[in-house]
Design a protein around this ligand. Structure first.
Ligand SMILES: Nc1ncnc2c1ncn2[C@@H]1O[C@H](COP(=O)(O)OP(=O)(O)OP(=O)(O)O)[C@@H](O)[C@H]1O
Ligand SMILES: [Mg+2]
Length: 1079
């Protein structure tokens, strides 16, 4: 819901002066001061906005503020310039009424700033789009350009407008801006040549010199130093808070946005430079023969530079400063100029040049911003004219400026009253006339065509004969003497004869805004605004295109002998035009007030404000506004605002608003003379009535607030209570549930315990019962079994005895065997074949099996052991086995041989070169080679022989020579004889009749007897393919030595016989071998 607000809300003082009570000057000023102190710089008088210059930036011009005031009614929010701009824009857009915004006030009161605020507000709220934005931007950017060329620092204002400006902004039917037209009024051109103390020339001169690049200045033949230029005052060349260099950049940028071409800007700057140069041209007198002085240019350098800049022939300009040609009818007369006249001509040229340049700029801007479409436009005019001025020394310019302000004041009075009157008529309310000061009389004093000051000035200027400012004053003294607003020392009016504040060369006018003393000096000249034709012709001859345009009258082809129109006449005409224009539009007023003369923030000088309030006629304005009725308001908002004061209208009135207001006012007992009913508005005569209503409203609002508070509090408490109650119910429910749950769980667990106990008790009881029953059953079964057993046994006793023993025996045997085998499994000895351990025999009846198992186990592990043997090892073991079979327990030598490995070739016959011959003699592979002793039968001594065994033979050879002594084929061997003792003697017996046997048998002795005999036995067995060689082991055997058989007998000798056996011949038939007894 949109909240309806009003100007009356949160007011500081009163927002609308119409409501001021009591209404007098003091309360008026006090209200302004109060508001000013609270940063409320705007106050209304009805629809007129009073604006106080804050002299500092306030945060009330933000885009948010624009949005706040957009499309809001005028009195809805606190007073603001935006409210006025919005009202004007909306009536233009929605009601198709052309508007004008008249901004008045004295110099420095904030008119120009106000006009910019209005323009920026309108730009912000009107339509958008690329084209529209461009137009807006151009309109806004025209301000910096015109301000640079038309504003200057004065003692009253650092940015004082020195020209009048009226800008028409044109809109289409939608309210989108189409373009604009600017009109300018009389630039204060005297400032170009001379500035009062503490003031400056136009900003552009300082901006150009401070902000232009060195390059530009060189092109313009200028120097950055202000002091080099006579036209620039030095005492306030720089102004606090003004950055001329930055402003120059802004101006150039603005010119570009507005649409100036680069070369146009250059042309403009050249003319500005030319004005500065012109000021530096000085003259000196040169005596002529006729006794008169003729002026000559003193230093031609500046003249030369200026001519170069503008493309003017130097001599032409030089001549124009020395001579003046007067043309009358067909005659041309040339007169010389003295120095004073030359200076006058120079200054006239500078002023004309600058003011024409300024007008050209306005025309050029207009060209850019003019509306393109030729459709019907709605227009909003913004008037920002120079303010009313009172200086120490007031001249023609101030006269003109103040005249303009006088006219504006008049139009203000007229329109305000007319508007007021019209409203009363519109609303059907009776109108009573109000006394107010009408300044028409002053306007008449100035502008009256017969005897007005301007008319007389013109008359004086046009009059032939000697015309001076004094003759003009005389004329005034004669004609205006009786006028009540004209004062002069020499007038016929005797009351000023002794007024010493009024010098003789001055006249004084009582303007609406105060008395102003004008010095007549220069009035005639300034009004004539004379520029010698020679100069304008010289300017026209320039090659500078803009210069030519500015001085069209210099064209010799269009010589106009008529006197140019006077400045006063032109101004009067243009002001007249402006007034006519304004009267066709709906006016909106902004009355600017300057709070102090120091250009400072926060200072409110009562006397100054009071003076402005007086001359602006603000009190009259309020009075006029209040003449009939102080306050008026449409019925709807009025009813909306005060409806709470009456029971019938509160809270809703269902009927026409007017009836509602009637009921309301009757109910409030407002006296009938205090109000009147218009067609759409209620008119309240006295502010006091309004304030009474407001007061009652405030009280009522307080009551209502209390009521609302009460109801709200009640509602809040109730809601809170209900919420608490609801919560309590919920909490209680939850708690109960929780408690019940807990209780239930307890009961449940107790029940379970009890149940389990009971069940346990019952179960135990049943178990006991069952056990008992089971035992009974078991007992019964046992008894029955026993009984049956007894029965059966009784019955089967006879069969049982016959077979039971065998069965029991088998069973027992089976059990014993089982136990035996299981026991044997755990006591099985290791896998080593030489491990003789074996478990003890448990039962004697198992002896056979036990022994057999031991044998089988042993065989099995031997087989396993053998299985691990290599072929070589196997052969060795086979040989050892064979040796064991032959000699074990038969010969005492055997045990000692068991541990000796059978080496075979002890001689290493193949490697040893000693046996090379022998080796070659024995063709077969040698199985054994050793040194043996061959026992000689004759003495029983042994001689060493080499003994070789091959597959088919054994060979005896000489140990030294290796010569084979005997080679016996194995088949010729019949038997071998050895003793039972530990000696190494053995006899190789040969087959009788064989070739080998010719020398008889061999009796040999060897350390390796066991090995030799074993190998011989093996080889012989394979070679002879016989069963076995006959090995005779006995301590006495016969040996055939050639023909004789000799008995070899072995005897056990004592240890004294040494360690080895010794053989001795006992006789022909006996050889005795003594074998040492074993230890
Ligand atoms: N609304 C404002 N906010 C802040 N400063 C302001 C405002 N209005 C005016 N000023 C200050 O006051 C100075 C003078 O204002 P402005 O130039 O508008 O006066 P003026 O009425 O146009 O004077 P003149 O008649 O000499 O042209 C401005 O330069 C600015 O510093
Ligand atoms: Mg201004």
């Amino acid at each position: 819901m949109e909240v309806k607000t009003s100007l009356l809300d949160n007011m500081i003082g009163v927002g609308d002066m119409v409501l001021l009570e009591p209404l007098n000057e003091d309360s008026f000023i006090e209200n302004l001061r109060k508001r000013f102190d609270h940063n409320e710089i705007y106050t209304y008088i009805g629809s007129v906005v009073i604006s106080m210059n804050p002299y500092r930036s306030l945060s009330i011009f933000t885009p948010e503020k624009v949005e706040e005031y957009r499309n809001r009614n005028f009195y809805e929010l606190s007073p603001h310039i935006y409210a006025l701009a919005d009202e004007a824009y909306r009536s233009l857009r929605d009601q198709d009424k052309d508007q004008c915004i008249l901004i008045t006030g004295e110099s420095g009161a904030g008119k120009t700033e106000a006009s910019k605020l209005v323009m920026s507000y309108v730009a912000a709220v009107c339509g958008r789009g690329q084209e529209v934005n461009k137009v807006k931007e151009q309109l806004l950017q025209s301000n910096p350009v015109l301000e640079a060329f038309g504003n200057a620092k004065t003692v009253r204002n650092d940015n004082s407008s020195r020209f009048g400006k009226y800008m028409d902004i044109e809109f289409d039917f939608k309210g989108d801006p189409l373009g604009g037209v600017i009109s300018n009024y009389l630039l204060e051109k005297s400032r170009v040549c001379k500035q009062p103390r503490g003031e400056r020339n136009f900003h552009i001169f300082y901006q150009l010199l401070s902000g232009a690049s060195g390059d530009t200045l060189t092109k313009l033949k200028l120097d950055r130093d202000f002091s080099k230029y006579n036209y620039l005052s030095l005492d306030s060349a720089t102004v606090n808070g003004l950055d001329d260099a930055a402003s120059f950049r802004t101006v150039r940028n603005a010119m570009q946005i507005v649409g100036f071409m680069e070369d146009e800007v250059q042309l403009v700057l050249e003319l500005v430079a030319a004005v500065l140069k012109l000021g530096n041209i000085e003259f000196k007198p040169e005596s002529r023969v006729n006794g008169f002085d003729e002026s000559r240019v003193k230093d031609k350098n500046d003249l030369k530079e200026m001519c170069e800049l503008l493309g003017i022939e130097q001599s032409v300009l030089e001549r124009a400063f020395s001579y003046r040609t007067v043309e009358a009818k067909m005659e041309k007369v040339s007169t010389t100029l003295n120095v004073a006249q030359a200076y006058y001509a120079r200054d006239a040229l500078a002023k004309n040049l600058y003011s024409r340049l300024f007008s050209w700029l306005v025309t050029r801007i207009n060209e850019s911003i003019k509306a393109q479409a030729k459709t019907r436009h709605k227009v909003m005019g913004v008037l920002d004219i120079y303010g009313f001025e009172i200086f120490e020394d007031n001249s023609f310019e101030q006269f003109i400026i103040n005249y303009c302000n006088e006219k504006l004041q008049q139009i203000f009075i007229e329109l305000t009253l007319r508007e007021e009157q019209e409203e009363y008529v519109r609303e059907g309310i009776e109108w009573t006339n109000i006394e107010y000061f009408n300044n028409a009389i002053i306007c008449d004093l100035i502008e009256n065509n017969q005897n007005g000051i301007l008319a007389m000035l013109d008359e004086e200027c046009l009059r032939p004969g000697t015309v001076t400012d004094d003759t003009f004053l005389d004329k005034l003294n004669t004609i205006c003497a009786e006028h009540q607003h004209f004062e002069s020392r020499l007038s016929k009016n005797s009351k000023f004869l002794t007024d010493h504040s009024l010098p003789h060369s001055c006249f004084r006018i009582q303007h609406y805004a105060g008395k102003v003393l004008y010095r007549v000096e220069g009035f005639v000249d300034k009004n004539n605004d004379l520029l010698y034709r020679d100069l304008s012709q010289a300017m026209y001859k320039a090659t500078h295109s803009l210069m030519r345009q500015l001085f069209p009258e210099g064209n010799p082809a269009k010589v106009n002998l008529k006197r140019p129109l006077t400045a006063g006449f032109q101004f009067k005409a243009s002001v007249g035009g402006l007034m006519r224009n304004l009267q066709t539009k709906n006016p909106n007023y902004i009355r600017c007030i300057k709070p102090n003369d120091k250009k400072a923030a926060h200072i409110f000088t009562d006397s100054l404000v009071c003076h402005q309030v007086r001359y602006l006629g603000l009190m009259e304005n309020v009075r006029v506004r209040r003449a009939g009725y102080a306050f008026r308001q449409p019925y709807e908002p009025c009813l909306e605002r005060y409806k709470m004061l009456c029971k019938q209208t509160w809270p809703h009135w269902r009927g026409p608003a007017r009836d509602g207001v009637e009921v309301l006012l009757t109910d409030c007992s407002v006296p009938a003379e205090e109000f009147a009913y218009g067609r759409s508005k209620i008119f309240i005569r006295n502010p006091r009535t309004l304030f009474t209503l407001e007061e009652r409203r405030r009280a009522c609002l307080e009551d209502l607030a209390t009521l609302i508070q009460k109801i709200y509090r009640g509602w809040k408490c109730r809601t809170h209570f209900l919420l608490l109650k609801k919560s309590q119910v919920v909490v209680a429910a939850w708690y109960r549930r929780y408690a019940q749950q807990k209780k239930y769980e307890k009961i449940k667990s107790a029940t379970l315990v009890m149940q389990s106990f009971t069940r346990g008790w019952k179960a135990r009881k049943i178990l006991r019962q069952l056990k008992y029953e089971k035992r009974c059953k078991e007992a019964v079964t046992t008894i029955a079994a026993y009984w049956h057993g007894t029965q059966v046994r009784r019955e089967y006793r006879k069969f049982f005895r016959a077979n039971a023993g065998k069965k029991i025996y088998c069973f027992i045997i089976q059990r014993i065997m089982q136990k035996y085998f299981l026991g044997l499994k755990t006591t099985v000895p290791s896998m080593s074949p030489i491990d003789n351990t074996w478990s003890a025999q448990p039962y004697s009846f198992l002896e056979g099996a036990h022994t057999e198992l031991r044998r089988i186990f042993h065989l099995w592990r031997c087989k396993k052991h053998r299985g691990q043997f290599t072929e070589e090892k196997k052969a060795v073991y086979e040989e050892k086995l064979e040796a064991s079979e032959i000699f074990k327990n038969k010969k005492a030598l055997y045990p000692s041989s068991v541990s000796q490995p059978f080496k075979g070739d002890y001689l290493e016959i193949h490697k040893n070169p000693k046996y090379q011959k022998l080796n070659s003699a024995v063709e077969e592979k040698v199985l054994l080679a050793d040194v043996v002793n061959k026992i000689n039968r004759a003495n029983g001594k042994g001689s060493p022989r080499l003994f070789l065994l091959t597959k088919n033979n054994f060979v005896l050879a000489d140990q030294k020579t290796g010569q084979v002594k005997a080679s016996v084929p194995l088949p010729d061997l019949t038997s071998v004889s050895v003793s039972t003792q530990s000696d190494g003697f053995f006899a190789l017996k040969l087959k009788e009749g064989s070739a080998s046997a010719a020398k008889g048998d061999f009796l040999l002795n060897s350390e390796h007897l066991i090995e030799i005999i074993t190998k011989l036995h093996r080889t012989w067995t394979t070679a002879a393919d016989k069963d076995q060689i006959n090995i005779d082991i006995s301590d006495e055997f016969l040996v055939q030595f050639k023909q004789d058989k000799v008995c070899v007998k072995f005897i056990q000798g004592g240890p004294k016989n040494g360690t080895s056996a010794a053989c001795k011949r006992k006789n022909n038939r006996l050889l005795e071998v003594s074998v040492p007894s074993s230890p």
